[in-house]
Design a protein around this ligand. Structure first.
Ligand SMILES: CC(C)(COP(=O)(O)OP(=O)(O)OC[C@H]1O[C@@H](n2cnc3c(N)ncnc32)[C@H](O)[C@@H]1OP(=O)(O)O)[C@@H](O)C(=O)NCCC(=O)NCCS
Length: 155
C-alpha cells in the first residue's frame, strides 16, 4: 500500500492521538492535539497517511515570528526505519522555511538515541540542556536548533 505526506486536517485528531499512544508513555491529550490543529495561524501539522486512511505518523510545529518550535514527531512502531520520518520532517521543515522561519528549535530526551541521531542527520545541533524537563520518567532535555542557512537540502 502506498503512503503519502499531506497537511493535517481537523478530522485527523483521533488518528494523531492513536500514533501518540503507540509511541509515548505519556501521550499528548486529544484535546491539545485538536486545539493545535484548529489553530492554523500559529501551527503547521503534517501527517503520513497510508492508502487505506491509517495515520502512520505525524509532525507538528508552532510558528512564532521567524522561529519554529517542533511540538512533536512520531511514527507508529511498525512504520519506523523506512525513511518515512525523514520524509515527513523534511516536508514540515521546508514548509516552515517557506513560511518565513529562519530557525527551528525542539526538545528531546537526552536518552532518546534514535531521535538524536535522526535530528542530527537533519541538521540539528544541541544548544543547551533543560534539567528535569520530562516526567515519567523524569529526565533532562536537549534543546536543539537547525538554522535555515545550514539546513541540509541535499544529502
Ligand atoms: C524518531 C523517529 C520519528 C524516526 O523516524 P523513522 O521513520 O524511524 O526514521 P527514518 O527511517 O526516516 O531515519 C532517518 C535517520 O534517522 C536516524 N535513525 C532513525 N531511527 C534510528 C534508530 N532507531 N537508531 C539510530 N538512528 C536512527 C538514522 O540516522 C536514519 O538515517 P539512515 O536510515 O540513513 O541511517 C521514530 O523513531 C519515532 O517515531 N520515535 C518515537 C517518537 C520519538 O521519539 N519522537 C521524537 C520525540 S523528540
Amino acid at each position: 500500500m502506498s503512503i503519502i505526506v499531506r497537511k493535517a486536517r481537523l478530522e485527523d485528531g483521533a488518528g494523531i492521538y492513536a500514533v501518540e499512544e503507540d509511541a509515548f508513555s505519556v501521550p499528548w491529550s486529544l484535546d491539545s492535539i485538536k486545539r493545535d490543529l484548529a489553530n492554523e495561524e500559529r501551527t503547521m501539522y503534517y501527517v503520513l497517511e497510508r492508502e487505506d486512511g491509517l495515520i502512520a505518523g505525524y509532525a507538528g510545529l508552532w510558528k512564532v515570528l521567524d522561529e519554529g518550535q517542533i511540538t512533536n514527531i512520531a511514527l507508529r512502531k511498525i512504520f519506523r526505519r523506512q525513511g518515512y520520518g525523514e520524509l515527513l520532517v523534511r516536508v514540515l521543515m521546508e514548509a516552515a522555511w517557506e513560511a518565513g522561519c529562519t530557525d527551528i528549535f525542539l526538545e528531546v530526551r537526552v536518552s532518546n538515541q534514535a531521535a538524536l541521531q535522526f535530528y542530527r542527520k537533519l541538521g540539528y545541533e544541541v544548544l543547551s540542556v533543560r534539567k528535569n524537563y520530562y516526567s515519567n520518567p523524569v529526565e533532562d532535555a536537549f534543546i536543539m536548533d537547525c538554522k535555515k542557512r545550514s539546513y541540509p537540502w541535499v544529502r
